[in-house]
Design a protein around this ligand. Structure first.
Ligand SMILES: *Cc1c(COP(=O)(O)O)cnc(C)c1O
Length: 852
C-alpha cells in the first residue's frame, strides 16, 4: 500500500471564470471586502464551511454551479470589476509618497509564524499576527519585501474544552493542496528543493509561496519523501516543545531561508529578523559572503551586521529561546569551518559572557550580536529591553543601550468590520484605507453622526452575541454538556448589555483571572437588572503550560455557576476569526498584564479601530497611548514587590472603574436612546489613537529609521568587492590593539567651580590617543543635574572637538554648553571609537568606552 504514484489535479474553470483562480490564490482577499463578497456570492455556506478558503471553495463547486456562474452575466460583470480593481491594486504605484525608491532596496522579513488569514493556521498569537500585518502593510505601501517562514503540517493546535474546563489540544492536518499556496516547481514540474545539514544528515525542504497582495512569502516544508521520517517531522508543529526539533526548525528557517532566496535569485539588501528564531540567517549570510568574496569572518560579520535588523518582542528572560551548547556544537561543528571560526567563537556569539562555558546559547543574543539595528516594540518595552540587555554593552549607561523602539501597529483594513468600513468610506472618504496613518483622515471621525456610529456598534454586538451562542452550542455538544443546558443557550448573553471582552494567550503574566478575584462583587455588578454587564473570555494555553490551563479551568467553573451562567462565557479556540468577531463587537476591550511584562499588545488597537473602548493596566502600548479622554487605566501604573498585593489593588481598581465610570457612561442614554457621552469618548479614542497605532505608521518608521539606514551602511561596505568591509575590519583590529593606551590625561575645570546661570561653561580635556587619530574617536561631555543619590537627571550630551595636537599622540579636545537651570550639576567625559561605516550598536563598542 505504501508506494503510490503521485499526481496532482489542478483546478479547471471555464475561460470567463479564470480570474477567480488568480483571486483565490492571492491573500489580497483577506483585506478586501469586495473579493470576499464575490466568493460569498458563489456559495455562502461553502465560504463558511471552508473556513473562508477560496481555493477549497472553488475545488468543491459542482459542475452545475460552475456552468451556472459562467452564464450569469451579472455575476460575470461583478467578477470583472473586482478583478480589475485587484489588478489595479497589484500594479499601482505605492500609495504613500513618503517612500522614494532607493536603488537595490529589498527587505527579507523572517518570522517563525505568520497570522495572515483564517484558512492558513500557521500562527500561535500576537507575534504571528503582527508579522502578517507587517507584510500586508508592505504590500499596501509598495515597500519591496519578501517574507520567509515555515509551513507547518499541523500548524498550531486547535483548542477543545471539556465540560469541566479542561483544555484538549487537537492538531488538524493541513491540506496544503487546498490552500492558497503555490508549490514552487522547476521547468520539469518537480518541486524545487533546498537543503540544510542536520548533523551529518541532509534535510530537504520544498518551498510554498503565498502571494500577499504584491508581497511574496516563501514557506519551507520538510514533509516530503526525500527525507527520512525523523526529518519529515521538522515542520509538523509550530514551536515544537522538543529542543532538538526546535533547533532544527530554527536552522531551517534561518539557514534554509537564506538558501531559498538564493535559489530564486532574489538578493535582498536588508534582512529583518522578527524575534530570535531566525538568527541563524545572519550566520548563513556570512558564509555566503565569504564564499563569494573570500573575506575574513570579521569583515563579513561587520558587513552583514550593517544590514541586519532585529526586532525583539520578549520582556521576560523565560520567554527567550536558548539551547544547550553541546547541541549547538553537534549541529554546527561541520558548519563553522565555512564561517572561518571555531565552535567556541560561535558559542560566544550566543552568550552574554563568551568565556562562560556553562552559559547556554541564546538566540536573541546571537541576533543582537549579528544585527546593527535593534528595536523593541513599544516605548516601555525599550526601557525593559535596555535593562535586560545592558550586560551586552556593560560600559555605557543603560539609557544608551542601542535598542530603539518601533511601537507595533495593526493592519487596519484587516481588522475593521465591514459595517464600520462602510461608514469610514462614507465619512473619511473612500481612500481612507490607503492612508490609515493620517491624522487629517481620522479627524473626520467627528463628522460621523452619533446614531450611525452607534447603530454599527449595536449591530456588531448583536452579531457577536449570535456568534458566541453558535460557538457555545458546538462547544457544549462536543464537551458533553447536557441537552437541557444546550437548549437554554438562547438566554446566555444579551445583545443589548454592556459587553466586556478579555481575549488573549492564556499565560500567567497576562493575569486572566484578575477580574475574577472578587466573584461576589462581580456577580452583583453583572446581574444588575437595569444595567446588565457581560464578559466574554477566550484564549489558548500553551500545551506545556499547566498553570495557564488551571486558570482556564477556574474561569470555566465560575461561568457554570448560576449567578454567572448568563453573563460570563468562555469561547474556545481563540483565533483570527474569533478575534475579528470580538474586536468588532465588544464595548470594552480588557487587558490586565502585570507591568512591565507585556511588550506591546495589539488586540486593543484592533478594538479601537472598531469603536471599542480600551481598559487596561499601564503596560505595553497603553503606557504610551493612555490618557483619560481615550479610555481607562486599571490601577495606577505602579509596580509593587508583592504580586498578590498588586493584583488586589488592580482588581479593586477595575471594579471601581466599572461601577463608577464605565457602566454609568454606557447606560446614560439621551432622549433618543443614544449614550452620547460614550459615543463622544469612542470617537476621541478613534481619531487620536488610530493614526498612530497602525501598521502603516509602523512600516514607515521601520523604513525611514531602520531599512534605509541599513541599506546605506551595507552599500558603503560592499562596493568595489567589499573594499569598505575589509577596511573596516582592519580599522577594528587597529582600534582593538591600541585602545588600551587611550587615556584622559587631564580635564579642566575640575570640581568646585561656580558659574552664573546661562553662562557658557567650556570644558577642555587632554587625551592620549597614541596611534589612534582624533577622527577615529567620538569624545562627548555628559552632563545634567545631580540627584541626591548622585545620578544625572535630564542628561545632555555635547560633542567635543579636537582643537590642538599637544604632542605626538596627545590632543586637546574642547566643548562647551550653558546651564539654563540652577543647582548642583555634574559632568563626565566619554570616549568611544568612531568610524562612519560602523553601526553604532556593534556590541564590541559596549566594551571600548573610557570615562573620565
Ligand atoms: C491580535 C491577536 C493577538 C495578539 O493580541 P494581544 O493584544 O497581544 O494579546 C493574539 N491572537 C490573535 C488571534 C489575535 O488576533
Amino acid at each position: 500500500m505504501d508506494n503510490f504514484h503521485i499526481f496532482t489535479v489542478s483546478l479547471r474553470l471555464p475561460k470567463n471564470l479564470k480570474p477567480l483562480i488568480e483571486l483565490a490564490y492571492n491573500l489580497r482577499f483577506a483585506w478586501n471586502p469586495e473579493i470576499i463578497a464575490l466568493f460569498r456570492r458563489i456559495d455562502r455556506h461553502l465560504w463558511e464551511e471552508t473556513y473562508h478558503n477560496p481555493v477549497l471553495l472553488l475545488s468543491q463547486l459542482s459542475g452545475a454551479r460552475i456552468q451556472e456562474l459562467s452564464k450569469d452575466n451579472s455575476f460575470l460583470d461583478y467578477l470583472n470589476r473586482v478583478y480589475e480593481n485587484f489588478k489595479n491594486y497589484i500594479e499601482s504605484p505605492h500609495f504613500s509618497p513618503f517612500f522614494k525608491k532607493e536603488t537595490d532596496f529589498l527587505v527579507a522579513y523572517f518570522s517563525a509564524e505568520f497570522g495572515l488569514t483564517d484558512c492558513l493556521p500557521m500562527y500561535s498569537g500576537g507575534l504571528g499576527v503582527l508579522a502578517g500585518d507587517h507584510l500586508k502593510s508592505a504590500s499596501d505601501l509598495n515597500i519591496p519585501m519578501v517574507g520567509i517562514g515555515l509551513l507547518y503540517q499541523h500548524g498550531y493546535f486547535r483548542q477543545r474544552l471539556t465540560s469541566n474546563g479542561e483544555q484538549k489540544e487537537v492538531y488538524p492536518e493541513n491540506d496544503f493542496y487546498h490552500m492558497p499556496l503555490h508549490l514552487e516547481k522547476d521547468k520539469n514540474g518537480n518541486p524545487i528543493l533546498i537543503s540544510v545539514d542536520f548533523k551529518d544528515q541532509k534535510a530537504y525542504a520544498q518551498i510554498w509561496r503565498v502571494d500577499i497582495g504584491r508581497v511574496k512569502l516563501y514557506l519551507l516544508d520538510t514533509n516530503i519523501p526525500q527525507n527520512p521520517p525523523d526529518i519529515q517531522n521538522t515542520t509538523f508543529r509550530l514551536y515544537d516543545a522538543h529542543r532538538e526539533i526546535r533547533l532544527r526548525q530554527e536552522i531551517l528557517l534561518g539557514i534554509g531561508g537564506v538558501r531559498v532566496l538564493h535559489t530564486f535569485g532574489i538578493s535582498p539588501t536588508i534582512y529583518h529578523m522578527n524575534e530570535g528564531h531566525s538568527a541563524f540567517a545572519g550566520l548563513e549570510r556570512i558564509r555566503v559572503l565569504r564564499e563569494k568574496t573570500d573575506i575574513s569572518f570579521d569583515a563579513a560579520h561587520l558587513a552583514v551586521m550593517a544590514s541586519n535588523v532585529f526586532t525583539s518582542h520578549t520582556s521576560v528572560p523565560a520567554g527567550i529561546d536558548i539551547f544547550d551548547p553541546q547541541l549547538i556544537e553537534a549541529y554546527f561543528c561541520n558548519y563553522t569551518p565555512s564561517l572561518g571560526i571555531s565552535i567556541p567563537v560561535l558559542l560566544g556569539l550566543g552568550r552574554k559572557n563568551p568565556a562562560d562555558h556553562n552559559e547556554p546559547f541564546c538566540m536573541n543574543i546571537l541576533a543582537m550580536k549579528l544585527s546593527g539595528h535593534i528595536n523593541a516594540v513599544s516605548k516601555l518595552h525599550q526601557q525593559v529591553s535596555q535593562k535586560l540587555w545592558h550586560i551586552l554593552w556593560p560600559k555605557i549607561s543603560e539609557e544608551d543601550v542601542p535598542i530603539k523602539y518601533v511601537t507595533n501597529g495593526i493592519h487596519v483594513p484587516s481588522w475593521v468590520s465591514h459595517d464600520m468600513s462602510e461608514l469610514y468610506n462614507r465619512y473619511l472618504g473612500p481612500h481612507w484605507f490607503e492612508d490609515p496613518d493620517s491624522e487629517r483622515v481620522w479627524a473626520r471621525v467627528l463628522e460621523i453622526p452619533d446614531e450611525e456610529i452607534w447603530s454599527v456598534c449595536e449591530r456588531r454586538r448583536a452579531r457577536l452575541v449570535a456568534f458566541c451562542r453558535e460557538r457555545l452550542r458546538n462547544q457544549f455538544r462536543r464537551g458533553g454538556v447536557s441537552q437541557t443546558e444546550i437548549g437554554r443557550i438562547t438566554d446566555i448573553l444579551d445583545p443589548e448589555a454592556l459587553t466586556l471582552v478579555w481575549a488573549r494567550r492564556m499565560t500567567n503574566y497576562k493575569r486572566p483571572t484578575l477580574i475574577f478575584r472578587d466573584p461576589e462583587r462581580l456577580a452583583r455588578i453583572l446581574n444588575n437588572d437595569k444595567h446588565p454587564v457581560q464578559i466574554i473570555v477566550a484564549g489558548k494555553a500553551h500545551p506545556a503550560d499547566k498553570p495557564a490551563k488551571a486558570l482556564i479551568k477556574q474561569i470555566i467553573e465560575l461561568a457554570r455557576q448560576k449567578e454567572f451562567r448568563r453573563r460570563l462565557v468562555f469561547i474556545e479556540d481563540y483565533d483570527l476569526e474569533v478575534a475579528r468577531y470580538f474586536v468588532q463587537g465588544a464595548d470594552v476591550w480588557l487587558n490586565t498584564p502585570l507591568k512591565p511584562n507585556e511588550a506591546c499588545g495589539t488586540s486593543g488597537m484592533k478594538a479601537i479601530a472598531n469603536g471599542v473602548l480600551h481598559c487596561s493596566t499601564e503596560d505595553g502600548w497603553w503606557a504610551e497611548a493612555y490618557n483619560p479622554e481615550v479610555g481607562w487605566l486599571i490601577g495606577f501604573g505602579d509596580e509593587y514587590d508583592n504580586p498578590e498585593y498588586q493584583a488586589n489593588v488592580e482588581s479593586n481598581s477595575f471594579y471601581n472603574l466599572l461601577e463608577h465610570e464605565i457602566i454609568p457612561l454606557f447606560y446614560d442614554r439621551g432622549p433618543n436612546g443614544l449614550p452620547h457621552g460614550w459615543i463622544k469618548k469612542l470617537k476621541i479614542s478613534m481619531y487620536s489613537l488610530c493614526p498612530r497605532f497602525n501598521a502603516h505608521r509602523m512600516l514607515e518608521e521601520y523604513t525611514t529609521d531602520f531599512y534605509i539606514p541599513a541599506l546605506h551602511y551595507w552599500q558603503n561596505l560592499v562596493q568595489e568587492n567589499m573594499k569598505g568591509a575589509k577596511a573596516l575590519s582592519q580599522w577594528k583590529t587597529k582600534i582593538m590593539t591600541n585602545w588600551e593606551k587611550v587615556s584622559i590625561i587631564s580635564i579642566e575645570p575640575v570640581d568646585s567651580i561656580e558659574i552664573p546661570m546661562g553662562e557658557e561653561l567650556k570644558i577642555t580635556a587632554l587625551i592620549h590617543l597614541g596611534e589612534i587619530s582624533p577622527e577615529e574617536v567620538k569624545v562627548e561631555i555628559y552632563y545634567g543635574q545631580l540627584s541626591i543619590s548622585g545620578e544625572l537627571r535630564k542628561r545632555k550630551t555635547i560633542p567635543m572637538k579636537p582643537v590642538l595636537q599637544e604632542r605626538k599622540g596627545v590632543y586637546r579636545f574642547e566643548g562647551s554648553f550653558r546651564c539654563q537651570d540652577t543647582g548642583r550639576f555634574g559632568y563626565k567625559i566619554k570616549i568611544t571609537p568612531y568610524h562612519p561605516y560602523l553601526v553604532p550598536s556593534y556590541y564590541i563598542l559596549g566594551f571600548l568606552v573610557i570615562w573620565g
